[in-house]
Structures are given as structure tokens and as C-alpha cells.
Write a protein that binds this ligand. Structure first.
Ligand SMILES: Nc1ccccc1C(=O)C[C@H](N)C(=O)O
Ligand SMILES: [Zn+2]
Ligand SMILES: [Zn+2]
Length: 211
């Protein structure tokens, strides 16, 4: 029997990638260079903890929340549902979702883009309404993900969706790429790095087709 297909749902981290205004630009700098005196190349990466595909740690939205190193990993691995929410306007709301399809879903990833912007920052990305987060939390979901840079609108000061996540002790993935993913059930693997004190971490997110 062949292994289930792996679908990469991660953004490529690259110089010039769209960047949350005010956050540090992604940069990769070559340090050591292979030469007669040096057997290897090495590099240095500078980036926002929220660049590309990433996991917010609870510390991002609560002063007493755990950091990326201490966050439990169970939420980031397991069965998940991918939902096509491209019909949503401004935010994915309760009425945009077929809740029968989501019965029992522990992890839910929302696709809002036809195609995730690669060239320029999108100031008008879709948010996830906090009532959606609450309903998922009430049905026992442990993780919510989106293909936009945030669950909340870019200009939010109240971070309502993030705080709904906190009330249900769920985990968050942002900046996913679901352009090429059909609605349905998959296995998700998207692990944050154990960065001490970090409010978020890049992840390599993949889906595996269920056997
Ligand atoms: N840099 C910011 C400045 C102000 C408000 C939010 C951010 C964020 O980065 C939000 C983040 N992407 C998030 O949703 O987790
Ligand atoms: Zn984030
Ligand atoms: Zn966030």
C-alpha cells in the first residue's frame, strides 16, 4: 500500500514576502561561506514571529499565557477539517458555515482566499467572527486555522477572536496556504518551534490525506 499523499500548506519564507506593516522584514544573510578555509555555508534569519505560516502562542494575546516552548503540542497534530469560506464577506460568520459538515471536528482550517497574496500585503483580509470561535470551542475543537495573517481584522484593538480562542484554551494557526486544498477531512501536522519566551513561531504545516 502506498503512503498517504502529503500536501504542503506552508508559505515559502523569502526576502520580499508580504509583511505585517511595522513588523521586521524577513531577511536571510549568509554568514560563513564555503571556501578553502571553511567547509560549510551558514546563515542568519531575521523575521517577525508572525511571518508566513505560524502558530500564535497564548502569550501573544495574554500577558500570562504560555510561550511557544511551553505550549502543549497535542492541538497541532491530528484529524482536521478544511472549510471553503470564500463566500464570506469581511469575516467568516456563523451563517457562512455548514455546521453539520463540521460535527465533531477538533481542528478546523478556513480558506478565505482563491489565492493567498504572494506579491503585496492585503489590508482587507477576512477575519473569523468570534462567535464562530466560540461555537467551535463549545463543540470541543482544539485548534482553528486561517489562510489570512490574523483571526481578527488588521485594525482590531480588541482581538475578539483571539480572546474567544483563549477562553476555550484552543490553539491558532495563521498564514496557511489552502489554495490547492479541497474541502474535507485530513490529518494535520503543524508544530511550533520550542522558542523560549516567544509569542509565536513559524511552523511547517502539512496535511495528509486520510487513508
Ligand atoms: N504585529 C501586530 C501589531 C498589532 C496588532 C497585531 C499584530 C499582529 O502581528 C497580529 C498577528 N499576526 C496575529 O493575529 O497573531
Ligand atoms: Zn499571528
Ligand atoms: Zn493571531
Amino acid at each position: 500500500m502506498s503512503e498517504p499523499r502529503i500536501i504542503d500548506i506552508s508559505q515559502t519564507l523569502r526576502v520580499g514576502m508580504p509583511n505585517w506593516p511595522g513588523e521586521p522584514e524577513f531577511a536571510y544573510t549568509r554568514k560563513a561561506e564555503i571556501s578553502d578555509d571553511c567547509p560549510v555555508n551558514t546563515g542568519e534569519v531575521v523575521m517577525s514571529t508572525h511571518a508566513g505560516t505560524h502558530a500564535d502562542a497564548p502569550l501573544h494575546y495574554h500577558a500570562d499565557g504560555v510561550d511557544s516552548a511551553r505550549s502543549d503540542l497535542a492541538a497541532y497534530v491530528g484529524e482536521c477539517a478544511v472549510v471553503d469560506a470564500r463566500n464570506a464577506i469581511d469575516a467568516v460568520k456563523i451563517e457562512d458555515i455548514d455546521w453539520d459538515e463540521l460535527a465533531g471536528a477538533k481542528r478546523v482550517l478556513f480558506r478565505t482566499y482563491d489565492r493567498v497574496p504572494r506579491a503585496a500585503w492585503d489590508h482587507g483580509f477576512s477575519a473569523i467572527d468570534h462567535a464562530v470561535v466560540d461555537r467551535l470551542g463549545q463543540q470541543g475543537a482544539v485548534l482553528i486555522g486561517t489562510d489570512t495573517p490574523s483571526l481578527d481584522p488588521m485594525t482590531s484593538k480588541t482581538m475578539d477572536a483571539h480572546h474567544a480562542v483563549r477562553r476555550h484554551d484552543m490553539r491558532i494557526l495563521e498564514g496557511l496556504v489552502l489554495d490547492h486544498v479541497a474541502e474535507g477531512r485530513y490529518e494535520l501536522v503543524a508544530l511550533p518551534l520550542p522558542i523560549e519566551g516567544a509569542d509565536a513561531s513559524p511552523v511547517r504545516a502539512i496535511l495528509r490525506e486520510l487513508a
